[in-house]
Design a protein around this ligand. Structure first.
Ligand code: PEP
Length: 250
């Protein structure tokens, strides 16, 4: 049985008052009757504030990116060990905005995945195809290649300490979510692909869906067999909307 996870990627949004208000709203809507885990992923400067507000709560804390390097002459970069030090347990790697706007390729994403685990963080590996790739019938091969880059450098055992997020690029921030059938099909493909290496690890792996998840489409996505939660962008900026998705997850 995989516990669902609802994770809020705040992207480059926030201020100290917003962080306080959003976290207070999330904490006030936690429900002991719900089994899902909740995570927030604020921008770097707000991680320490979020960490202090989340102390002694079940809400998990992650960052949106990390450096592939451990320390040293890499101005502007943030190491995984620093994220652990300020309270993160998780970190996104390979979000499509990093891949598409900042030129991160599969090799760099795989290096960041390994750097996260070396720092004791659980990476959330983001994968997904563009609209052109979907229309060309390349969805499965593109996503498989993104997973394979990590498989070949870190091995299947690394997926026992990681999460995967399927985020079709065309669905992120567009209001056009994948249908439950489209998402389920890619999630099942990812799980089956990893099961060829290790069925137990694949069976336990949490695979989140991300891309225009909103309170009104969350339930139909989250009820599908291989959809183990959501990576939520826009809707995570309102405690009401985000926690309505958490309620829909059960
Ligand atoms: C995201 O940023 O990972 C995301 C899924 O965004 P949105 O929910 O806004 O599509």
């Amino acid at each position: 049985m995989r516990t669902k996870l609802i994770a809020g990627n705040w992207k480059m949004n926030g201020s100290k008052p917003m962080v306080r208000e959003l976290i207070a709203g999330i904490l006030s809507r936690l429900d002991a009757g719900q089994s899902s885990d909740v995570m927030v992923l604020p921008p770097y400067p707000y991680v320490p504030l979020a960490n202090s507000l989340l102390e002694n709560t079940p809400v998990l804390l992650g960052a949106q990116d990390l450096s592939r390097h451990d320390s040293g002459a890499h101005t502007g970069e943030v190491a995984g060990s620093m994220l652990s030090d300020v309270g993160c347990s998780h970190v996104l790697v390979g979000h499509s905005e990093r891949r598409n706007l900042y030129g991160e390729d599969n090799a760099l994403v795989a290096a960041k995945f390994a750097a996260a685990q070396a720092a004791g963080l659980q990476p959330i590996l983001c994968v997904g195809e563009t609209l052109e790739e979907r229309q060309a019938g390349q969805t499965d091969s593109v996503v498989r290649a993104q997973v394979d880059a990590v498989l070949s450098s870190s091995g299947v055992a690394a997926f026992s300490r990681a999460i995967v997020a399927y985020e079709p690029v065309w669905a992120i921030g567009t209001g056009q979510s994948a249908t439950p059938d489209q998402a389920q099909s890619v999630h099942a493909m990812i799980r089956a692909h990893l099961a060829e290496e290790d069925a137990i690890i694949a069976g336990r792996l949490r695979i989140l869906y991300g891309g225009s998840v909103k309170p009104d489409n969350a339930a139909e996505l989250l009820e599908r067999e291989d959809i183990d939660g959501g990576l939520i962008g826009g809707a995570s900026l309102s405690a009401d909307g985000f926690m309505a998705i958490y309620q829909a997850a059960g």
